[in-house]
Design a protein around this ligand. Structure first.
Ligand code: KG4
Ligand code: ZN
Length: 340
């Protein structure tokens, strides 16, 4: 089955063609980072306009790269939630239009669920279920029990900022471009741990929930001081590196510790990770170091970041499980419960 995947939930316009849920024939991601960089974050109105401009060229490239025509596509899978509502609507309406014109079924896919599926696209076989899912993206941070593909139980989640968001906010404090995750990773490579003693966020009574906003504030205080009248410190390059290293280490050890606890609690030997933050090499290294007893399944390279291959891949399974496509009145949603 050839599935066309469409992803427009935030600031990436993406189309991909995937065969039978795993074989990626093309995966085209057109980034808008240059557009949003000067504002220090995604401007929804600009993102929507850019999606409209980029959609057809991105679709054409995905079909050309895969060497298929639209007539050969069997199913259209589209991210219909969660995301910036205007941006989601553009991809969803494009998918519905293609479905009507081509007389093909379409399915709506949960973008966050697809981030976990991305890790499962590479290994030849799926791991034994249940396993632990760890979502670490710019909009979401969650621990879920993956009972099967499409069947999840929520174990823990962030009560404030998502981990990627805290990387982006910390980067802004350090004067780095958006999105900040890759810049923090780079600085942290040259930083010393221990210069700054940051503490991970704890949620009273919920040991598997996350809180990242306090960590970002600790960085802010380290840079600006707690008194508003205090002059902002001019940081040396080394101080920036040390701050980045301590911030990153504190955030990641929090994730490792909670993943270990959740895996033990849920009796899972395998951990499936996904979302933009899993692109970070130091995160992978820390799991290797401190969670070596767990079988960690990571997305291959760019599949960590927003892409449409993961949407097409998961679409194949969702369609098979449902035994059909969605109806044309499927609504775009900015928020959606990921798991029961
Ligand atoms: O999953 P994603 O591409 O989009 C969402 O669904 O949110 O995640 C984007 C997030 C951003 O916050 C970005 O700063 C972060 O992933 N990110 C990273 C790295 N690359 C991207 N965070 C840490 N280290 C990285 N190398
Ligand atoms: Zn994403």
């Amino acid at each position: 089955m050839l599935v066309l995947g469409i992803e427009t939930t935030c600031d990436e316009t993406a189309c991909a063609v995937v065969r039978n849920g795993k074989e990626i024939l093309s995966n085209v991601v057109t980034s808008q980072i240059d557009l949003h960089n000067e504002y220090g974050g995604v401007v929804p109105e600009l993102a929507c306009r850019r999606h409209v401009d980029l959609f057809l060229p991105t679709l054409t490239k995905a079909l050309n790269d895969a060497q298929v025509t639209l007539a050969q596509i069997d199913l259209i899978a589209v991210a219909y939630a969660p995301g910036l509502i205007g941006a989601v609507l553009i991809g969803l309406n494009a998918a519905k239009t293609l479905a009507v014109v081509l007389q093909k079924p379409f399915v709506g896919i949960n973008h966050v669920e697809a981030h976990l599926y991305a890790a499962l696209m590479t290994p030849p076989a799926f791991p034994a279920f249940p396993c632990l899912g760890v979502v670490l993206s710019g909009g979401h941070t969650a621990l879920v029990k993956i009972n099967h593909i499409g069947d999840y139980s929520l174990i823990g989640q962030t009560v404030d900022d998502a981990i990627g968001e805290s990387f982006d906010k910390t980067a802004k404090i350090l004067g780095l471009p958006y999105p900040g995750g890759p810049y923090i990773e780079k600085l942290a490579q040259h930083g010393k741990l221990g210069t700054y003693a940051f503490k991970p966020g704890k949620v009273k009574g919920h040991p598997l929930d996350f809180s990242f906003s306090g960590l970002k504030t600790q960085v802010l205080y380290a840079v600006k001081g707690q008194n508003e009248r205090e002059a902002e410190r001019i940081l040396t390059e080394q101080q920036k590196c040390d701050l980045a290293a301590s911030f990153q280490h504190t955030a990641f050890m929090d994730v490792v510790d909670k993943a270990l606890l959740a895996a033990q609690q849920e009796n899972c030997q395998t951990v499936v990770l996904g979302g933009g933050v899993t692109f970070n090499k130091q995160l992978r290294h820390l799991f290797q170091l401190y969670a070596s007893k767990l079988n960690c399944v990571w997305p291959l390279g760019e599949l960590s970041l927003d892409n449409a291959a993961m949407i097409a891949g998961l679409g194949y399974h969702v369609f098979s499980k449902k035994g059909g496509g969605d109806s044309l009145d499927l609504e775009a949603k900015s928020r959606i419960a990921f798991a029961r």
